[in-house]
Design a protein around this ligand. Structure first.
Ligand code: HEM
Length: 363
């Protein structure tokens, strides 16, 4: 589909959807030799979403798929998104934002987790050993759209045309990829004990908004180290620069991990990157984001989310080149997980389609 003829909002994957009740974030790497299995799956992604969603419109399943810089040229011939590059890790005086492996991001959003599960099951069974699952987070809406720190998260997100302008690539920026978006994800783990030791007022000074009423603190009471201050940035024309966030809380009592999955869409990665520098490196006076004293970034990735037309009709695979015969071909699908141990299979799902429980479990 010639996406350049569509307006960004018409061409885009479901990036602008309202916040869902649940979300599943899957980050995959593509194994050597797995490229053709992945490339072949891309045009079928919308059919998988339709298959799961058709009988259950109330589930409102939506999938956004993004590709990392390193895998782009392994999958697609032709032009690259103009600003696609690897996630830039940051090493601040106190806190770091690591860059972690990831070739593909699946951001699944729905009103019910089982719809995300069914979609992921279809896609991952088909891909089998062609990919490795390097991160999986199941997020859910908490109370009135609060993070686990207890604050309403997402209030200042742009809406309507402002969301389109903030999140989606237009023809001026990159005529080949109108409706695309650059998405940055980071998994943050909260130190709930340290956070809960603060009074509500101290927490409000960290975030920059009131906790119960969700109102931004007045300018003269807004600390330079507050999360809101660090993330309020203006462009050269003095206009505020926005990103579109769809953060989700997640938690596991067994693992003792409670956090926020940060996900920010933007028409250019530079805006989100500037926010991250403000948070982690701080300004010339050493003002860094105090939210980082209570939240540790354990993953980091940057992906380009191409327009829907690109997924439905992707460019051909790149020329395999002279080294092609040395790479291991992806197994046919459906495929069993890796047969040899060690290393442990990345996707430890049995080939028989079971959940690997009871007598079907591999010994
Ligand atoms: C531990 C992870 C994070 C948590 C719990 C969190 C939570 C929040 C909360 C509660 C707000 C205030 C309400 C609102 O959404 O407007 C907020 C605002 C915001 N956050 Fe975060 N956030 C996190 C990470 C990030 C990161 C990594 C970025 C950017 C790279 C970011 C960008 C923003 C922006 C742009 C705003 C709006 C600022 C404004 O204009 O008022 N957040 N966040």
């Amino acid at each position: 589909m010639p996406t350049a003829k569509l307006a960004p909002a018409e061409a885009a994957q479901p990036i602008l959807n309202p916040l869902s009740t649940v979300a599943m974030f899957l980050v995959l790497t593509v194994e050597d030799g797995g490229e053709s299995a992945v490339r072949d799956l891309v045009p079928d992604l919308s059919a998988y979403a339709r298959a799961v969603g058709f009988g259950r419109p109330d589930a409102e399943l939506a999938c956004v798929t993004g590709f990392g810089s390193a895998v782009w040229d392994r999958l697609f011939a032709g032009p690259r998104p103009a600003e696609l590059h690897p996630f830039i890790p940051l090493d601040g005086p106190q806190h770091s934002a690591p860059s972690t492996p990831g070739d593909i991001l699946l951001h699944l959003r729905s009103e019910t987790l089982d719809a995300c599960y069914d979609f992921a099951d279809n896609v991952l069974t088909r891909l089998g050993g062609a990919v490795r699952i390097v991160d999986e987070v199941h997020g859910w809406r908490y109370k009135d759209v609060r993070d686990l720190l207890g604050f309403v998260d997402g209030t200042e997100n742009p809406e309507g045309v402002e969301a389109v302008d903030a999140a989606l690539v237009d023809a001026e920026r990159d005529p080949e990829f109108v409706g695309g978006s650059y998405v940055i994800v980071q998994k943050y783990l909260h130190d709930m004990t340290a956070w809960n030791a603060l009074s509500d007022r101290e927490q409000e000074l960290v975030i920059g908004r009131t906790k119960a009423g969700n109102v931004q603190l007045p300018d003269d009471a807004l600390p330079k180290t507050s999360h809101v201050d660090r993330n309020t940035i203006v462009g050269p024309d003095g206009e505020e620069q926005d990103i579109l966030r769809a953060n989700m809380p997640f938690g596991s009592f067994k693992d003792g991990e409670f956090g926020t999955y940060f996900i920010g869409y933007c028409a250019t990665p530079t805006v989100t990157e500037e926010m991250l520098r403000n948070m982690f490196l701080g300004d010339e006076n050493g003002n860094r984001d105090r939210i980082l004293d209570f939240s540790t970034a354990v993953t980091g990735g940057l992906f380009f989310v191409p327009p829907t037309g690109f997924l439905d009709d992707p460019p051909p695979a790149p020329d395999p080149g002279p080294d092609a015969q040395t790479s291991r071909p992806a197994p046919p699908h459906p495929v069993p997980p890796a047969q040899t141990e060690p290393p442990a299979p990345a996707n430890p799902r049995p080939a028989d389609g079971s959940l690997g429980i009871g007598s079907l479990k591999r010994s």
